[in-house]
Design a protein around this ligand. Structure first.
Ligand code: FES
Length: 109
């Protein structure tokens, strides 16, 4: 079983099982990690924003234009920001580390 780590808002690292084919958002929800994902992966919000540790960022497939557009609206955008619902777990990503941003801006409410 692949693993991944979330660095949560209080700075703790939480290592969880990361079944291949699931998105980082789905993995977060399975493990009660506080990542919102208001639109459930349909690229209509930016509440699933995560900051990917730089050594992992280059291994991810490139963000689509739609993802880039949504990320532009994310609070606390960084150079290695991605939308958690768009990162799909693969064998290559075993060990992935992502950080939750300090806050999100929810446009869905
Ligand atoms: S859950 Fe809305 S864009 Fe990812």
């Amino acid at each position: 079983m692949a693993k991944m780590t979330f660095i949560v808002r209080d700075g703790h690292s939480v290592e969880v099982d990361a079944p291949l084919g699931l998105s980082v958002l789905e993995i977060a929800h399975r493990n009660k990690i506080d990542l919102e994902g208001a639109c459930e992966g349909s690229l209509a919000c930016s509440t699933c924003h995560v900051i990917v540790e730089s050594e992992w960022y280059d291994l991810l497939s490139t963000a689509s234009e739609d993802e880039e557009d949504m990320l532009d609206l994310a609070f606390g955008l960084t150079h290695t920001s991605r939308l958690g619902c768009q990162i799909i777990m693969t064998e290559e990503l075993d060990g992935l580390v992502v950080r939750l941003p300090a806050a999100t801006r929810n446009m869905m409410v």
